[in-house]
Ligand binder design. Structure first.
Ligand code: PMV
Length: 326
């Protein structure tokens, strides 16, 4: 019986993918840059089966959190598998089991890590069954993963990934092993999915010029990170997520992911930065949670923030060391 078990990490974008070209298989309207969150992972086990159709089930393992995937979510996941099978010319059927190592009730999207893990698991399995010359090429796998879920194409590279058009590529930047805090202010499911958000933002008057703004910030941020100009990097990253959230708030119909608690966390971040003229890069995805990234040498500051926000909110916090992944 052929079986593979693979895991892939999540990632957080500092220059956001928001807006895609309709009917293009998730090709973005602008390039994005992300930091890979090694500690937040999805595990996928793929097993060849005799049955007449592919199946999804939660992966049950003591150290992992059981996922409860909606019918729609299962169909989307299995459709991605079917596309990968077509690409490799594989006709066998499979049981797909998946689970995250982070709780599903913390409002963290797992589509990036889960689609990346499924792509990698399928590639490993299908290369055994029907090897293809491009089957281990990361660029091709990133392109395939993108067609399942856009942001997943960045999860194939670590620690930095730059996604331009078809696929992501690694980006060499001096900042590695960053410490990460996610302040979980809203654990419930989002009312507007990111797929809907990609469509709605194009109705915002602020979408005019969005591509240019994102591209300019990408160039400036790459330079700031390259020269470790932390103050500049923090300002650009802040402007970028605010820009994305303004698009949401000025769409027709308008929507918002920010809650009073998110605003409170952002305000505290500003105050702490102003007090110390130092702190993390702060960003938010299409959700209410607030992510913070600290340089590896900011361990003391990371611990201060962990304590400060941990007293008032539910947080996930990871010191910047590579986890042991089994
Ligand atoms: O990959 P999707 O369709 O879930 O889009 C993700 C979009 C953001 O998380 C909001 C930004 C990003 O670049 O990851």
């Amino acid at each position: 019986m052929n079986q593979v078990l693979v895991s892939a990490p999540s990632n957080i974008a500092l220059i956001k993918y928001m807006g895609k070209i309709e009917g293009s298989g998730n090709k973005p309207t602008n390039a994005s840059l992300s930091y890979t969150l090694e500690n937040l992972r999805t595990f996928v086990r793929l097993t060849e089966i005799d049955g007449g159709a592919d199946l999804w089930k939660p992966l049950v393992r003591e150290d992992l959190e059981k996922i409860d995937l909606s019918e729609k979510g299962q169909q989307r996941f299995l459709k991605h598998l079917a596309n990968l099978k077509d690409k490799w010319g594989v006709t066998k059927n499979f049981l797909v089991e998946s689970a995250n190592n982070f709780p599903s009730d913390c409002g963290l999207a797992s589509s990036a890590s889960s689609f990346a893990a499924l792509t990698l698991a399928a590639a490993e399995m299908f290369q055994k069954l029907n090897p293809q010359p491009w089957g281990t090429d990361k660029k091709t796998l990133s392109e395939l993963s993108r067609q399942g879920s856009g942001s997943s194409c960045r999860s194939l590279f670590t620690p930095w990934a730059l996604w331009q058009q078809e696929y992501a590529q690694p980006m060499n930047l001096p900042l590695t092993n960053m410490h990460h805090i996610c302040v979980v202010v809203e654990a419930s499911k989002k009312e507007v999915s990111s797929s809907e958000a990609h469509k709605l933002v194009t109705t915002s008057p602020r979408f005019t010029g969005r591509v240019e703004r994102a591209e300019l910030r990408l160039a400036d941020l790459s330079q700031a990170l390259q020269s470790t100009d932390w103050h500049m990097a923090r300002q650009i990253v802040w402007d970028e997520f605010i820009d994305m959230h303004r698009l949401f708030e000025t769409s027709t119909p308008a929507f918002s992911y920010m809650t009073e608690a998110s605003k409170q966390v952002l305000e505290e971040c500003q105050k702490l930065w102003n007090r110390w003229q130092d702190g993390p890069l702060v960003t938010m995805d299409a959700g209410a949670n607030v992510h913070m990234l600290f340089r590896h040498d900011q361990l003391k500051r990371f611990k201060e923030y962990r304590e400060f926000f941990g007293e008032k909110f539910k947080i996930l916090a990871f010191e910047g060391v590579k986890p042991d992944v089994h």
